[in-house]
Write a protein of this length. Structure first.
Length: 463
């Protein structure tokens, strides 16, 4: 509750300061606030967002701009005076600047790159040249490195000279004269060592590095497995090119999670906030999968048409169609969601396909048997309560429903669990085997299973 009161008081004080129209007072007020509070003021006062950034000191303006949502960043850059835009972009860390520019049109990027000084322009164009989802797009060239023949005293002097422009100095990187990465050493080890000790005496050769062409998911896994705030990035020839910091990886992980959730829901990734995307773009993102799923359901109708004669002979079978196909779809969606999440967390890989299949066969049999017993019991009880509803064949109809549920649920768990692995093997995104897609697939096959089982139990009786 106190937090809400603090937020209200900051907003009220901001309104009071703005009302004075005293630029010096506004600047002083904004520079006294936490960066996160200033970001909140920008979200709550869209009409003042450009002025807020303009009144901040450049260092604080950069800190605020980095944590804003992309649509807000775009509006601010568009409305800022050219000089302020150039100053802001030049001060942004290279990785954050690259991340922002990669979301803009080529024309906008071309114009904004012109505002950068020669050194920053070279760095930015280099980073933009790497594939979109590669580690190269995440890395920053701002880090501290030393040579193996330096002494600890030399290292500390280098840190004092260059640490200000580095994103982190928790780890110092050791290179040779060719620029190849030899090791990484924590700064605390240098602090504790004697000044005349040489770097090569402290090296153990055990370091973890990312390749510049690696997928960003590789970086995410590397950070999860190692207690580091930054990891070095090297070329194919082991040349040290930059570092990736954990804040950038967490940002990417959050975006990947958002995209996967949207794909699992049966839509393309929006890549921007829901309320900011245009109605037509939102329509396009959702329409594609709906058409695919609709065509899939049309196959379901075609399957039912093939069993038209059986349905005419035993109309009672139609009563259980929703029950059968929904049970298969639900279990398929369960399995698909569980496997996609396990793959995203690194708990399941393609190599584990046989273990996954065995587990899901067992789960399918157990779950199908449970639902089959419930379905069997329901049919039998209903037949006793309403004699004649199944034309005196209560047990046969009950067996049809029970065994159909076992078959459909088993198929649902298998297809739902195997489809993400198959897509991954083919190089596609496992998230596209979304719950609606699996449900549609199981609908079609579920009907075939149901009517095939019905033919076995009801042939010569109702069929």
């Amino acid at each position: 509750m106190s937090l809400d009161l603090d937020e209200i008081s900051i907003q009220q004080r901001f309104e009071e300061v703005v009302a004075t129209e005293d630029k010096l007072q506004i600047k002083e007020f904004l520079n006294q606030q936490n960066i996160s509070d200033v970001a909140d003021l920008i979200y709550e006062n869209e009409e003042y967002e450009t002025q807020i950034i303009s009144h901040l000191s450049i260092h604080r303006a950069v800190g605020v701009f980095k944590i804003l949502e992309l649509p807000v960043q775009k509006r601010i850059i568009k409305d800022l005076p050219p000089f302020t835009t150039a100053e802001l972009l030049n001060e942004l860390p290279a990785d954050d600047r690259t991340s922002f520019l990669s979301e803009l049109s080529s024309n906008a990027v071309r114009e904004l790159v012109k505002t950068l000084n020669p050194e920053e322009r070279k760095i930015t164009l280099s980073l933009l040249g790497y594939p979109e989802d590669s580690v190269g797009r995440l890395m920053t060239p701002d880090y501290v490195y030393v040579h193996e023949n330096n002494t600890v005293e030399d290292v500390l002097n280098i840190i004092r000279k260059h640490a200000k422009s580095s994103e982190t100095i928790d780890v110092i990187y050791v290179i040779n004269d060719k620029g190849e990465l030899l090791d990484d050493i924590r700064i605390k080890d240098f602090i504790m060592a004697s000044p005349d000790k040489k770097v090569n005496e402290m090296m153990d050769g055990r370091f973890i590095a990312l390749h510049v062409g690696d997928d960003q998911e590789v970086a995410n896994e590397a950070f999860k497995m190692n207690n580091r705030v930054a990891l070095p990035v090297v070329s194919k020839s082991n040349k040290l090119l930059g570092i990736v910091t954990i804040d950038d990886v967490l940002w990417v992980a959050n975006e990947e999670f958002t995209e996967d959730i949207q794909k699992i829901g049966g839509t393309e990734a929006l890549n921007e906030p829901y309320l900011d995307i245009s109605a037509f773009r939102l329509f396009k993102k959702r329409a594609g999968w709906l058409i695919v799923l609709f065509l899939g359901e049309m196959i379901t109708a075609s399957v039912m048409q093939n069993f038209e004669e059986e349905i005419k002979k035993a109309v009672v079978l139609t009563l259980f169609i929703p029950l059968i196909i929904s049970s298969g779809g639900n279990t398929g969606s369960q399995a698909s969601t569980l496997i996609i999440q396990a793959m995203a967390l690194g708990e399941v890989t393609i190599a584990n396909w046989w273990r996954v299949m065995r587990r899901e066969i067992m789960q399918g049999i157990m779950l199908g048997t449970m639902l089959g017993i419930i379905g069997y019991t329901r049919v039998v009880l209903w037949g006793k309560l309403m004699p004649g509803v199944y034309e005196g064949h209560d047990i046969r109809v009950a067996l049809t429903v029970g065994f159909s549920l076992i078959g459909v649920v088993l198929w649902g768990t298998l297809s739902g669990s195997m489809l993400p692995l198959v897509l991954k093997r083919l190089g596609a995104d496992p998230a596209v085997s979304s719950a609606p897609f699996v449900a549609t697939l199981v609908d079609v096959t579920g009907l075939i299973i149901y009517f095939s089982v019905a033919y076995v139990f009801l042939q010569g009786v109702l069929l």
